[in-house]
Design a protein around this ligand. Structure first.
Ligand code: RB5
Length: 159
């Protein structure tokens, strides 16, 4: 059961993730009627650049408006892009364990998936696990805080 998670989830991805995103947009609202899902594109399978869509989702998550799910061919490009945004902890998950740990230990607020590397039914299960798992806090909070401090140092130009 979900306890502390925001109730809004932004989805996005490039042409390499379009089919899986479509499936998630159709399926997740039925599985999680208590959550609001917003699809930020891309809206067809013509070739686009993944940083644009990763940035759309990461901007909203960075502002604390909700969680994100990003999909590209491998999940890697969107993950690299999203992690450039402050307050974003994007995690690439390829099975239920990595999905669960990214929430329990890392308090990931964006889940990244690779359509070309994942069975679509497994991808749905990964999303279910990710959305149902809470952050454990405790010693993991200290580490997440350290990441945030590093982020502030980088952007604040600390000497
Ligand atoms: C697009 O061909 C592909 O490079 C992209 O979807 C993604 O896999 C990048 O990491």
């Amino acid at each position: 059961m979900m306890h502390n998670l925001p109730d809004k989830v932004f989805l996005g991805g490039d042409h390499g993730g379009f089919k899986l995103k479509k499936r998630l947009v159709e399926t997740l609202p039925q599985l999680f009627p208590q959550l609001q899902f917003e699809d930020l594109g891309t809206y067809d399978d013509s070739s686009v650049n993944y940083p644009e869509y990763a940035a759309k989702v990461a901007t909203r998550v960075s502002k604390g408006e909700g969680l994100g799910i990003l999909i590209c061919g491998s999940g890697i490009g969107v993950c690299i892009t999203a992690n450039k945004f402050s307050n974003v902890r994007a995690a690439l998950a390829w099975d239920l364990t990595s999905a669960r740990l990214s929430r329990e230990h890392n308090n990931a607020n964006i889940l990244c998936l690779g359509e070309r590397l994942l069975d679509p039914d497994l991808a749905i299960e990964i999303c279910k696990t990710w959305l149902r798992t809470d952050f454990e806090g405790g010693r993991h909070q200290i580490r997440v805080d350290m990441i945030h401090e590093l982020e502030k140092g980088q952007s604040g130009g600390a000497s």
